[in-house]
Ligand binder design. Structure first.
Ligand SMILES: Cc1ncc(COP(=O)(O)O)c(C=O)c1O
Length: 477
């Protein structure tokens, strides 16, 4: 008989109160720098109006990404000291492998320095030029790594997932009929067109929206029928599992861990960036059931990342990830996490600012195209809004729109399906008053929308241009 209640049961005991509080207290603080409007204008000029190029210390509230920007727990910091830095067969690797296996159930766990390294290794070993990889929405690095192999990254998210204002509990779902049609075409052409099926949980490029368990089961069934491997992009698996618990019929009684395990059991492997739901500052892994695929992956891993028991990571990184994978499925943590994102969404939406509805798990997405209808997509409304947020209040978000996705493999440019600015919330970093401040800045910028102008590209690299491109503001009326 177990006498002491679990952490989750204790959290449930206090959750009878309406206020959901941060399930931690702060032991170590880091100052943030207040700047003047003039200093911020100069910083934007120096950065070529690309907020990726700002010095982070000139940013007051940094919502550029939730990737690797979270606060580690005292348990994780403690675990760092346990890091075994042996080149081969380190104790930390086995600890990491066991934690990843206990969660996912996959036979082969291959550490990588971050998610995109897992993607590159998977696609370079399994995808050929001319093939098509379907997904709900490919993230930018996923798309770029598929395109780097000469293949097509095809987005098949449901229709509701393409309309920011449409409310749907699982806007990240893949369109199963469209997937079936693609797999039929693949069969008609001999089966070599689609090497694998991917699903991104939660769907970052589509607004951090979750995928339902029913939809994941549907993908499994189609993959079984057509004999295709099914690989998850599992960066935010815990947030997705918690949305399933909250929103899907018959799932409310299950723990996030149980739901996560079922999700993983429905696929044949995953790519993972531990910088998100690994609660770590760096790291990732590729997990596979197929031994031949894992062998090919490990051979490439040795070439570019390192020996298969460290994969580009220090032993202490492996320790931090192992602990993070266990902490992230804690229900009290997930309740606070999902609620704090929804809190920001409610504040800005109630002031009339258009956002993707409902709020995503890790971020809210401002609909720059709807807010700035006078700026056409090819004059980058998302860049205009990201610049304005920084200028107004030192808040850094990121454009997820035509700059990120509009460039075509042939070098041309078309409007992306949406022009968004994502405000991603780092895990366990900002307090409620920081978030209140962000909401105030967003609302104030929205009130100045009519006076805002578009941008043009000044310089642009051939791949993943949004990271380093520079811009100039278009002349005013
Ligand atoms: C859905 C998704 N997939 C893959 C990646 C790539 O992970 P990493 O930044 O660790 O390379 C990201 C990063 O943001 C992501 O959000």
């Amino acid at each position: 008989m177990r006498l002491s209640p679990s952490r989750t049961e204790r959290a449930a005991a206090v959750s009878t109160y309406k206020t959901i509080i941060e399930p931690f207290r702060i032991k170590s603080v880091e100052p943030i720098k207040f700047t003047t409007r003039g200093e911020r204008a100069a910083a934007l000029d120096a950065a070529g109006h690309n907020v990726f190029k700002l010095h982070a210390e000139d940013v007051l509230i940094d919502l550029l990404t939730d990737s690797g920007t979270g606060a580690m727990s005292s348990q994780q910091w403690g675990a760092l000291m346990q890091g075994d830095e042996s080149y081969a067969g380190s104790r930390s690797f086995y600890r990491f492998r066991d934690a990843a296996q206990a969660l996912t159930g996959y036979a082969h766990i291959i550490p990588t320095h971050q998610g995109r390294a897992a993607e590159r290794i998977l696609f370079h070993t399994q995808v050929r030029a001319g093939q098509i990889v379907p997904n709900n929405n490919h993230f930018d690095t996923t798309r770029a790594n598929i395109e780097a192999e000469g293949a097509e990254a095809r987005d098949l998210v449901i229709a509701e997932g393409r309309v920011p204002s449409t409310v749907h509990p699982f806007k990240g779902n893949i369109d199963l009929a469209a997937l079936e049609a693609l797999l039929e075409e693949d069969r008609a052409r001999g089966g070599g067109l689609v090497p694998l099926v991917m699903l991104t949980i939660t769907n970052n490029s589509g607004g951090g929206q979750p995928v339902s368990l029913a939809n994941i089961r549907g993908v499994r069934a189609l993959c079984d029928r057509f004999g295709k491997p099914f690989i998850l992009d599992a960066c935010r698996f815990a947030e997705n599992a918690y949305f399933i618990k909250l929103r899907e019929d018959g799932q409310g009684h299950r723990s996030p861990l149980e739901i996560a395990r079922e999700i993983f059991s429905l696929a044949d492997g995953c790519t993972m960036s531990a910088k998100k739901d690994g609660l770590a500052n760096i790291g990732g892994f590729l997990a596979l059931n197929n031994a031949a695929w894992a062998d090919a992956a490990r051979n490439l891993l040795i070439l570019t990342e390192g020996f298969p028991t460290y994969g580009g990571l220090a032993g202490y990184d492996l320790e931090a990830i192992a602990r993070g994978l266990e902490e992230v499925v804690d229900e009290a943590y997930l309740r606070y996490r999902i609620r704090s994102t929804a809190y920001l969404a409610e504040k800005v939406a109630s002031a009339g600012v258009p956002i993707i509805q409902p709020a995503g798990g890790h971020a809210i997405y401002l609909d720059a195209r709807a807010l700035l209808p006078h700026i056409p997509p090819l004059a980058y409304p998302g860049i205009a809004l990201a610049n304005a947020l920084y200028l107004e209040g030192g808040v850094r978000g990121v454009e997820i729109g035509t700059v990120m996705f509009g460039r075509q493999p042939d070098g041309g440019e078309v409007p992306a399906p949406m022009d968004l600015v994502r405000l991603a919330i780092p895990r366990r970093v900002y307090t409620q008053s920081h978030i209140d401040y962000v909401a105030e800045v967003v609302v104030s910028v929205a009130q100045q929308a009519q006076g805002m102008r578009g941008y043009r590209l000044v310089s642009s690299p051939p791949v993943l241009r949004h990271f380093t491109a520079t811009f100039a503001r278009l002349p005013g009326r």
